[in-house]
Design a protein around this ligand. Structure first.
Ligand code: DPM
Length: 384
């Protein structure tokens, strides 16, 4: 590939990104943080569409590929066309392609889900919406939890990037509200559209939600050194615990799995949940650890996956060796919590959800208009 053939300018970092407005905003945030830590660096941003951006007439959970929003970017990384790729952490599978790692997880934005109401319901909450109101979300995690809490609401799939979704909400009467990650809404500058933040009693969030992950080649130690400067320790701890939980459950986009995590200086508390698709079944548990906790000492935990010269790796996330003990505990916490849920029957619930998900095709509205709008938006972003 072209990127490999040329002598690389040591001060130039090429960043791969999806081309949606949110993805580009997230990429600028990471670029700015890297620039601040390394004033001599120059940046090139290479934007592209992924399969998940192109297939808009299918519910997310149906397309069935784990690397839906990441594959094309990872190919560019592998071929040396780019040096790093910026992702939403929650879109990255817990098993990364061979040779790829997460070199940094940056500080987490509010991880909660939020309700964006149709303007005519601006004063409502989910609890006060009229019976039968349609809520737009393609997330099985959101619909399962909210069906359980609000049996009188209906849930329908809505796809497309955030701009498209908001326009679909405002310009028609198809949806009474959307459920979106607060992080994305805030980054888009639409915080004032949030009517309600969902606490863990109503809707727990996705593994990694609200955090950005920077992926790079495993052997690229120069880039790993740069990325170490923008990693946020508390977010990394939460990410390691949550991904350990997810990996052990083998969850993903195709089954309802969610978490709620609290991290302090020396402790992690992880609440995890698994739901049937209709929300009728719910398994919840919470576990905590702290660095004083003898039960979670390194001897009793699983070893990290890979031991390189100076860094180790948990579910794809590269950790500085000085943080190893706390990270090992956090990872083990996620694994243990998942095992507790598996002991209570999580496996059966998740298998049933995955099987059912293949059979039922939820309705998707106005997919053709979504495609043309998406194309226009992509052009507008690229052109600016
Ligand atoms: C994943 C899911 C969704 C995205 C599934 C889930 C939501 C799909 C939908 C894995 N990725 O959350 O249960 O609502 O139809 C995505 C968003 C962000 C990252 C948008 C969102 C932005 C915030 C962040 C799509 N990926 O969830 O509202 O940084 O977490």
């Amino acid at each position: 590939m072209e990127g490999n053939g040329h002598a690389k300018d040591k001060n130039l970092l090429r960043i791969g990104s999806r081309d949606s407005e949110l993805a580009m905003k997230q990429t600028y945030m990471v670029r700015d943080a890297l620039q601040k830590a390394n004033p001599h660096l120059k940046f090139d941003i290479v934007s592209m569409k992924t399969k998940g951006d192109k297939i808009l007439n299918m519910a997310l959970s149906k397309i069935g590929s784990k690397s839906l929003f990441t594959k094309e970017l990872e190919v560019a990384l592998e071929e040396g066309v780019v040096d790093i790729v910026v992702h939403s952490l929650k879109d990255l599978p817990t098993i990364l392609p061979e040779g790829m790692v997460i070199g940094a997880v940056s500080e987490r934005e509010d991880p909660r889900d939020a309700v964006i109401m149709h303007p005519k319901y601006a004063e409502c909450t989910l609890a006060s919406l009229p019976k039968g109101s349609v809520i737009g979300t393609s997330s099985l995690r959101r619909s399962a939890q909210l069906k359980r809490r609000y049996p009188n609401l209906r849930f329908e799939s809505v796809r497309g990037n955030l701009n498209t979704r908001l326009r679909k909400l405002d310009s028609a009467d198809d949806y009474a509200a959307l459920i979106l990650a607060a992080a994305g809404v805030v980054r888009m500058g639409w915080k004032d559209r949030i009517s309600q933040y969902l606490g863990d009693d109503l809707c727990m969030y996705a593994v990694g939600q609200g955090a950005l992950a920077v992926e790079c080649r495993e052997g690229d130690s120069d880039t790993l050194d740069l990325l170490a400067h923008i990693a946020d320790p508390n977010t990394t701890i939460a990410a390691v615990a949550e991904r350990g939980f997810m990996r052990t459950l083998e969850g993903g986009c195709s089954a309802p799995v969610a978490v709620h995590t609290k991290v302090t200086e020396d402790s992690v508390s992880l609440k995890g949940g698994v739901w049937s698709l209709d929300g009728s079944e719910e398994l919840l548990d919470t576990m905590s650890t702290s660095s004083q906790n003898p039960d979670a000492s390194p001897e009793s935990t699983q070893p990290p996956e890979k031991v390189a010269k100076t860094s180790i790796n948990f579910c794809g996330i590269v950790i500085l060796s000085e943080h190893k003990d706390f990270m090992t505990q956090a990872h083990q916490l996620g694994v243990s919590l998942a095992q507790r849920l598996l002991d209570k029957g999580a496996d059966r619930i998740l298998k049933a959800a995955k099987a059912q998900n293949v059979i039922n095709v939820p309705p998707v509205t106005s997919s053709t208009s979504a495609i043309s709008l998406e194309e226009k938006e992509a052009e507008a972003v690229n052109g600016s």
